[in-house]
Design a protein. Structure first.
Length: 385
């Protein structure tokens, strides 16, 4: 079958770029050889999403150890990439059929973090921080392929009559925004979103749909802010891009503008989705006393908090968000996507996916250059099979 793979050796990681569209062996269900296949299904992708993490594999910025360690322990030479999926079940293991009721023809998406179900966190209902988790397309083969084998327990039934298939394929990253916006009550609250990349943009829509009032979006990129405006933010704020190690101090102009907009005190809730140290400090300072700061943006290395007393003396709470709660986040997301009377789904398709214009690519005609240009110019790219 055709697949989009990372096909380099560990020592070539830094000197190469991109992914290769090539032929690889099809995954198969063989319960005789692999008893665990009883609980697995084979899925034929219809649409898949290209994630920020795929971009960092493309440019060799992250996941090196996870990819190569898992390849070595499985004795494989390449990793099939991709984890954002909407597809059709084509074969079902005996246990997956009996216990989960899956059958060929079922349409599903998937949670991308495969949880073990046995560890301490899994047992207490925190499977999103499973001690033994595998990530699809990183530590196990992914969905940029004509077939993918997945555990039935990870799948999420999705009705394309209620959720359009292009949107169904990106429920996993949308779930990051839903998880972030579910950490505290947003009803009637003022919200500032630092960083309008894909998850920041999703968060504008999720926060609005969940009842946030004034939404302020902060980003150094004018194009990202235009998208934020089209999604309905009340106040877009352009900031200078912070550079170097010295630029960790909060941006006083942004803090002043946010306070001005929110009774002189600051926002109720700040979402830090940029991974910038300066944005983190600006977010903390721009949040009112007693407010909440939700952390999702991620960068390697040390961060400096400029005025630590701010947090404790003013009773501000920091929350961190990773992945999605399985499956609480998925239920909330389904409700948001399927309920009528708001344009949540339409705005995802019309604005973030640009109605498919320049964002939708046929998988079997994959070309590295055009694809790379597309994911540099749009917040989300979809592959159609
Ligand atoms: Zn993703
Ligand atoms: Zn676990």
């Amino acid at each position: 079958m055709k697949a989009l793979v990372l096909d380099v050796k560990r020592n070539e990681w830094e000197t190469t770029e991109g992914m290769v569209h090539t032929s690889v062996a099809e995954p198969e269900l063989d319960e005789g050889k692999n008893p665990e296949d009883a609980s697995r299904v084979l899925i034929r992708p219809r649409f898949t999403g290209f994630c920020g993490s795929d971009k960092s594999i493309w440019y060799r910025r992250a996941f090196k150890e996870m990819i190569f360690d898992s390849l070595e322990s499985n004795g494989h030479l390449h990793r099939v990439c991709g984890h954002e999926l909407f597809g059709e079940v084509v074969a079902v293991g005996s246990y997956a059929a009996k216990f989960y009721g899956y059958k060929p023809g079922d349409l599903v998406s998937t949670e991308s973090h495969i949880f073990c179900g046995r560890c301490h966190q899994c047992k207490i209902g925190d499977a999103h921080v499973c001690a033994n988790h595998l990530i699809i397309g990183i530590s196990t083969d992914g969905c940029f392929a004509e077939l993918i084998k997945l555990p039935a327990k990870e799948l999420w039934r999705t009705d394309p009559d209620r959720i359009r298939p292009e949107v169904a394929a990106i429920q996993d990253p949308l779930g990051n925004a839903v998880h972030a916006c579910s950490r505290v009550d947003l009803r009637g609250r003022t919200v500032a979103i630092f960083g309008c990349g894909t998850i920041g943009l999703f968060s504008i829509l999720v926060a609005r749909t969940m009842g946030a009032t004034t939404i302020i979006a902060i980003d150094p990129n004018a194009k990202n802010l235009q998208l934020a405006e089209r999604l309905g933010v009340d106040l877009p704020l352009k900031v200078a891009r912070s550079t170097g190690t010295k630029s960790v101090a909060p941006d006083p102009e942004v803090v002043a503008k946010i306070k001005q907009t929110c009774f002189g005190e600051g926002v109720d809730v700040a979402l830090e989705m940029s991974g910038s140290n300066q944005a983190l400090n600006t977010a903390i300072l721009a949040t009112r006393a007693g407010g909440d700061v939700i952390l999702f943006g991620l960068s390697a290395g040390d961060f400096i908090i400029t005025d630590f007393q701010q947090i404790i003396m003013h009773g501000k709470t920091l929350h961190s968000v990773v992945g999605r709660k399985v499956f609480q986040t998925w239920f909330i997301m389904s409700n948001l996507l399927q309920s009528k009377g708001h344009d949540f789904q339409d705005k995802i398709y019309d604005v973030i996916l640009n109605k498919g214009e320049g964002t939708l690519f046929p998988f079997n005609k994959f070309k590295m250059e055009t694809f790379e240009q597309a994911f540099q110019n749009h917040p989300k790219i979809i592959l159609k099979y």
